[in-house]
Ligand binder design. Structure first.
Ligand SMILES: Nc1ncnc2c1ncn2[C@@H]1O[C@H](COP(=O)(O)OP(=O)(O)O)[C@@H](O)[C@H]1O
Ligand SMILES: [Mg+2]
Length: 267
């Protein structure tokens, strides 16, 4: 259903993503791992068309995505919701309005200006919040919530579009372990119960192993591993991260980068 073929992105003479190819034949939950700078975010941004590919193609159910423009491009962006590390909510706005922002691209400018939302959409927003266990916070300002709750608001906003694909760029990198777990469990449930494809860039190996059916490893812009968590042995992981014998399974991509620059490892 999704086919990424020799997808490449260059910034000047830097190749951020280098001829990346992979196929997804059914809605899966896929984790993308690799050290900081490996090209994970650039890959996701091209898929969502936030960034234009330099070369290669993305096809979804036979439709070429890289060449879409105007309203067709916006329609594609609605079909693949993007979740970011920093949530990208409007902090001072209430939770339910943040979620309703997920319907923005199908509302008129006038309705948007006056914050007019159809009652059906408001009910749908509350239902989604309830499903994610945060309906009781619907009337609070987004900034009053914990990080894990805010990320679930961002997921709820994405779900308002009924996306077929959820692209998450390090969704738990700013969260403590408890909040990280609730967010990953929410993504996993959305994948299992709704049959949506989830592709998440993850900064720890542990998380990819625990929640994903398939793991893609990137190094220097290239896909160097594509397999199941069971196939992702410590040796393979060490190769993906380009780390030495001091490689730790629990290390994050940021820590590995630090290791490599031979700076002190943060405690
Ligand atoms: N807008 C940009 N302009 C120039 N270089 C960029 C830009 N975005 C990313 N890069 C470079 O592309 C490479 C991959 O970056 P990125 O996709 O952010 O990696 P990751 O998400 O794996 O940390 C890095 O070397 C980064 O510096
Ligand atoms: Mg990134």
């Amino acid at each position: 259903m999704l086919k990424i073929d020799k997808l490449t992105k260059r910034f000047g003479d830097k190749t951020a993503v280098d001829s990346a190819s992979f196929d997804v034949d059914k809605p899966a939950m896929i984790g993308i791992i690799g050290r900081s700078g490996a090209g994970k975010s650039t890959l996701l941004r091209m898929m969502n068309r936030l960034s234009d590919a330099s070369e290669g193609s993305i096809t979804f159910n036979g439709q070429e995505v890289t060449t879409l423009s105007g309203s067709a491009k916006r329609a594609w962006q609605a079909r693949c919701a993007m979740i970011f590390q920093q949530f990208n909510l409007v902090p001072r706005m209430d939770v339910v309005s943040n979620v309703l922002h997920g319907t923005l691209n199908r509302r008129s400018t006038v309705a948007t200006m006056f914050n007019l939302y159809p009652t059906g959409d408001i009910h749908k927003a509350i239902e989604i919040l309830d499903r994610l266990g945060i309906a009781e916070h619907a009337a609070k300002r987004a900034e009053a919530l914990s990080g894990g709750q805010q990320q679930r608001v961002a997921i709820a906003r994405g779900l308002m579009q009924d996306p077929e694909i959820i692209l998450a760029d390090e969704p738990i990198a700013s969260l403590d372990p408890m909040n990280a777990q609730t967010v990953m469990e929410a993504l996993r449930r959305i994948h299992e119960e709704d049959g949506r494809m989830v592709i998440a860039n993850l900064h720890t190996l542990d998380t990819a192993r625990r929640y994903c059916d398939r793991v893609i490893g990137m190094r220097d812009g290239r896909i160097v591993f594509d397999g199941t968590p069971a196939q992702l042995t410590t040796g393979v992981a060490r190769d993906i991260y380009g780390a030495g014998a001091d490689f730790s399974e629990a290390a994050t991509s940021t820590e590995i980068e630090t290791l490599d620059r031979s700076e002190p490892v943060p405690a």
